[in-house]
Design a protein around this ligand. Structure first.
Ligand code: GAF
Length: 390
């Protein structure tokens, strides 16, 4: 459906051959704000996606159409691409700039994209845009770069063209997702392992607060800075501590006064969250989903109280989930300050859960709730090549 409408729009506007690509958003089961601290994450690509039709046009200009927004933008490729005023186009321009920086002469291309990833829901629509376009252009231009390099390009685009100093998790998950599996990624070594995630008994349900507070990106960058300050201080005592991944709770305890209250809380959250991811993976292997769910609740408490990236809407949803039958775990997901909670819910209770949460959110905050079941799918891939006029 999505592919057809994007492909039809491409034919209407440009009428030449194109490559069709799908790029999924992601969920993260546990391991939040650990990626830029060289820690562990446990994401998966999900069935909310952005689809692309991309074709070379034998000119020096890129023409972009954001199908859902009914907006277009074009830019010249004769020189190094720079960020512009159109926000959504910057994710694409950022990727093109990365390809150029790696020595590729990017020729003119036409691109139509559209999707169903809710914007601002913390499901990484921006990473899907970056990764889908990077994958499509790379394929059209000879496939020089592997998926990891494409993920790095997406991340760099986020840093330089969107101003968010994000980690690698979102781009990595969009490009490396595997249907029915979560990915345990070690963000230090970039080693990763797929864990089967059985959804016969439990479903992953996302509850979208519908809010995205404006401090999201500035506070995100602040947290990253605070972690770096914590590391700089620890390093004076422990030269081998290069990231919070290398730090222990005992070291933090010993230098608590020197760190001060805020840095101590930020750093101890990160160290504890890494331990929770490792524990969660053990529970997953042992099939102990109630224990897995407890780690999710622990993660939320840390994000709320120590890392302070939650908000009232997210906290209300997690509290409501705790009281609902058949819920094993719930937590805020992604950068925070809005977006979704992720909930692990017994299949038989899903319908009741959705009703209860919707009513509760309305009652507590007078807000309406959107919910989605997250189905774990494969990462970015080419769907087909469409010839001109078809
Ligand atoms: C955002 C970032 F893009 C990720 O890199 C990650 O840090 C996440 O927030 C928090 O875990 O999605």
């Amino acid at each position: 459906m999505l592919t057809q409408s994007v492909s039809a729009a491409f034919q209407r506007h440009f009428g030449h051959a194109s490559l069709l690509v799908r790029a999924p958003g992601r969920v993260n089961l546990i391991g939040e704000h650990t990626d830029y601290n060289a820690g562990f994450v446990l994401p998966a690509a999900v069935d909310k996606e952005i689809h692309f039709a991309v074709g070379l046009n034998n000119t020096d200009t890129a023409h972009l159409i954001a199908h859902d927004l009914h907006e277009s933008c074009e830019f010249s490729l004769t020189e190094e691409v720079k960020p512009g005023e159109v926000q959504w186009a910057n994710y694409i321009k950022g990727v093109v700039a990365q390809l150029q920086r790696r020595g590729l002469k990017v020729p003119g291309f036409d691109c139509v994209f559209g999707g169903n990833i809710p914007i601002g829901a913390g499901m990484s629509s921006s990473a899907a845009v970056e990764c889908g376009l990077a994958f499509a252009l790379n394929k059209l231009l000879g496939g020089k770069f592997d998926r990891l390099e494409l993920a790095h390009m997406g991340q760099a685009a986020e840093h330089e063209f969107a101003g968010v100093k994000s980690g690698l998790m979102d781009q990595f998950a969009s490009l490396h997702g595997r249907a029915g599996h979560v990915i345990r990624l070690d963000c230090r070594s970039l080693d990763y392992e797929y864990f089967p995630f059985d959804t016969t008994a439990y479903h992953l349900i996302l509850c979208n607060t519908g809010v995205k507070h404006s401090l999201a990106s500035s506070e995100y960058n602040n947290r990253r800075l605070e972690c770096e300050q914590g590391v700089a201080l620890l390093q004076k005592h422990y030269p081998k501590v290069n990231t919070l991944r290398d730090a222990t709770l005992q070291q933090l305890e010993e230098h608590r006064a020197e760190l001060g209250d805020v840095l101590y809380r930020r750093c101890s959250y990160v160290v504890e969250e890494n331990l929770r991811v490792e524990a969660a993976c053990q529970h997953l292997l042992a099939g102990d989903m109630p224990a897995f769910g407890q780690e999710m609740y622990g993660s939320h408490a840390g994000l709320r109280d120590k890392y302070e990236v939650s908000c009232r809407e997210l906290d209300v949803l997690v509290e409501l989930a705790k009281d609902a039958p058949g819920v094993l775990g719930a937590r805020m997901m992604g950068g925070g300050f809005g977006g979704c909670t992720i909930n692990l819910v017994e299949v038989a209770q899903v319908e009741n859960f959705v009703e209860r949460m919707t009513a509760g959110y309305q009652r507590e905050l007078n807000l309406s709730l959107e919910t989605y079941q997250a189905i774990i799918v494969d990462g970015v891939e080419a769907i087909e090549t469409v010839s001109a006029g078809s």
